[in-house]
Design a protein around this ligand. Structure first.
Ligand code: PHE
Length: 461
């Protein structure tokens, strides 16, 4: 059937998402990632609980969401990869550099993200074979320390992560990305709800809830607001070309603002659920709330080891984190792959293979940052930290400002209104006006503050 179609068709149709639910699954899959597990809940707990969540939502509305909609619109209009999109829109001007910047950034993020994803994958097996089951943090800390300081073990797991994502990307947009995220996202939700349910019914769970939600407005400083803005960028996968690329696979009838709002809300829900799965249990067993790798790889295993049937929940937990990391990596890898396919006319398989080979090479520097290269520092940072710093503090904000300015000032109200409303189909004049004002004035200024703050040129307490 497919064959005969292929023979009669002269022009090759660009592979795209085939349904609104597929669009939602893929886009949400990109947003949901390690950020929901090790960044959002701990940042929330440490910075004012419910008050922080409120601030985060305002930041998302003022900065994250407007830029996300802008990227999706650029992608859908041009039906092109992140670099090609700007070449098409502005053939004579260097706007395409925004896209190139994004593609490079997606590589840098992948370099350390695949490293951590590898650790997470391996923890599924470590929890299965029992090597992690200890209620003593110094034991789990040693297991983690031994693992990451063993170059070969961490490299092999990183390659496994690259291979898994590579296989999915080779299968294409509809048969790979869309199909896999449509299957995995519901599984992630179910596992998350089960884990949160378990944690919430433990004795003493209330203390975790207090840590997570107790509103403390006195903690909301300028610095916390900037951190919330930066987080909204990382969470919604902005400034990396991912949303431009995914937007390019969306159909003309797709209601982009609605999709973006759904993704933002569902992503925030996943972060809150992750917090509910983690902190009530952490406090119930008398552990300290940690963040980053320590929370995920040292505290959490001890917490699970402390509860009845802990091993089962530990396996479920690491499966769900693996799913989150995988669907985010898919969107990151698709950026360079789409570029190679469209700009250099490479077949998808070759584009994917080359990308994962380069990633494996760049990734080595990040992975070895916890072993052989631990003392090798650039600007006082290991490769791992440097890639994280450069992408979050430099590239994401710069490309976010550029996208907001490009759309707000170059496209202007009329064109944005036309695109966002699907050429007049969706009617909400008032909201579109507000959107354009945010994009033109508020978002660029706010992101500029995040950028200056990240570079240490402007400090807020
Ligand atoms: N949004 C992902 C997370 O929260 C990270 C990511 C950033 C994915 C940029 C793609 C692009 O973990």
């Amino acid at each position: 059937m497919d064959k005969s179609l292929g023979q009669t068709k002269q022009v090759k149709v660009r592979d795209s998402f085939t349904s609104s639910i597929g669009v939602l699954a893929a886009t949400l899959g990109s947003a949901v990632g390690l950020g929901n597990i090790w960044k959002f809940p701990s940042i929330t707990g440490q910075n004012g609980g419910a008050a922080f969540i409120l601030v985060y939502l305002v930041c998302v509305l003022m900065v994250g969401l407007p830029v996300m909609i802008a990227e999706l619109l650029i992608g859908r209009r041009t039906k092109s990869n992140a670099v090609g999109a700007f070449k098409q829109l502005e053939p004579k001007r260097p706007w395409y550099l925004i896209g190139s910047f994004g593609a490079i950034a997606s590589f840098l993020i992948m370099a350390f993200y695949t490293d951590v994803a590898g650790w997470v994958y391996s923890y599924i097996f470590k929890s299965l074979n029992g090597s992690l089951v200890s209620t003593n943090p110094s034991v789990t800390s040693k297991v983690f320390g031994d693992f990451v300081s063993n170059p070969m073990a961490s490299l092999i797991w990183q390659w496994v992560a690259l291979l898994v994502v590579g296989i999915i990307i080779t299968a294409g947009v509809s048969k790979g990305i869309e199909r896999i995220t449509k299957t995995l996202m519901p599984v992630l939700f179910i596992l998350l709800i089960v884990c949160a349910g378990r944690a919430l019914t433990l004795p003493g769970a209330k203390e975790g809830l207090t840590f997570l939600f107790n509103p403390n407005f006195s903690k909301i400083t300028g610095g916390v607001i900037l951190a919330a803005m930066g987080l909204s960028f990382f969470k919604l996968s902005l400034g990396m070309g991912t949303m431009i690329t995914y937007g390019s696979y969306m159909g003309e009838g797709e209601n982009i603002p609605k999709t973006a709002i759904k993704v933002m809300l569902a992503d925030t829900l996943v972060s809150i659920l992750a917090g509910l799965a983690i902190f009530p249990a952490v406090f119930s067993f008398g552990f300290k709330p940690d963040s980053g790798p320590n929370l995920l790889f040292i505290t959490i295993p001890t917490v699970f080891a402390s509860m009845p049937f802990g091993k089962v929940f530990m396996v479920m937990f690491f499966i769900l984190v693996s799913i989150a990391a995988t669907t985010a990596m898919i969107s990151l890898l698709e950026v360079p792959v789409a570029y190679l396919i469209e700009e250099l006319k490479w077949p998808r398989r070759r584009a994917t293979l080359l990308s994962i080979i380069i990633l494996a090479l760049v990734g080595v520097t990040a992975t070895l940052s916890t072993s052989v290269l631990a003392d090798f520092k650039i600007f006082g940072k290991t490769f791992f930290d440097l890639y994280d710093y450069l992408t979050s503090n430099l590239i994401m904000p710069i490309s976010g400002i550029a996208v907001a300015i490009y759309l707000g000032w170059k496209w202007g109200y009329k064109r944005i209104a036309d695109e966002i409303s699907n050429h007049g189909e969706v009617k909400s004049q008032g909201l579109i006006r507000v959107y354009v004002i945010i994009l033109k004035f508020i978002a660029p200024v706010a992101i500029a503050l995040v950028l200056l703050n990240g570079l240490g040129l402007f400090k807020l307490k």
